[in-house]
Design a protein around this ligand. Structure first.
Ligand SMILES: [Zn+2]
Length: 182
């Protein structure tokens, strides 16, 4: 892929896009590959990849730091609305946990992205909402409903939660002085 020089310090480069690749799922030549990079403060240059198929809707995204980093584990105490803006880099190898709420597991179907704490909480909310819809007994439904309520309160700065990101590939981070790195 062509490398281009940017004089301006932009947060994210214009993506390099390749169309008409073969989709690994439906095998049509309708897969679009996209690659861009982003300068994430206190983390460094990060490549952002994505694959999207217009035939079957297959989507895969991931992030990778330019500089190889050691395995890492970050823990953040979320206790204010301001914490919503804390940047989070999450690769497909990361396990993301909010104790007593749930976790996002790594693997083939896991995506990588650059987001913030609010974006992570939104994903947990959506995930819990799916669980609530699929739950067959009332107890499970109620549990999920309460978790969604809790997540909303955390987003508004009215409740606390812990966010843990564990990544053996080192391609993830919670970028804040408040986050403990081990
Ligand atoms: Zn496809």
């Amino acid at each position: 892929m062509a490398k281009k020089k940017n004089d301006k310090k932009e947060a994210e480069s214009a993506p390099t896009v390749i169309k008409g690749e073969t989709c690994p799922i439906c095998h049509n030549k309708t897969l679009t590959l996209s690659e861009s990079d982003m300068d994430v403060p206190f983390f460094g240059k990060t490549y952002i990849f994505s694959m999207d198929c217009s035939s079957c809707g297959y989507h895969k995204a991931d992030v990778e730091a330019e500089e190889k980093k050691p395995a890492c584990k970050y823990t953040l105490e979320i206790n204010s609305e301001k914490d919503m803006h804390i940047r989070v880099v999450k690769s497909s190898n990361a396990t993301v946990k909010i104790p007593h709420v749930g976790s996002i597991e790594p693997g083939e179907s896991s995506n990588g992205y650059v987001t913030n704490v609010e974006g992570i909480l939104q994903r947990f909310k959506k995930m819990t909402d799916v669980l609530r819809e699929e739950a067959e007994d009332k107890v499970e439904q109620k549990k999920a409903k309460n978790m969604i309520k809790k997540l909303t309160r955390v987003m508004w700065g009215q409740d606390k939660a812990k966010l843990i990101i564990d990544d053996p590939s080192g391609n993830s981070a919670i970028i804040s002085e408040k986050a403990k790195k081990t």
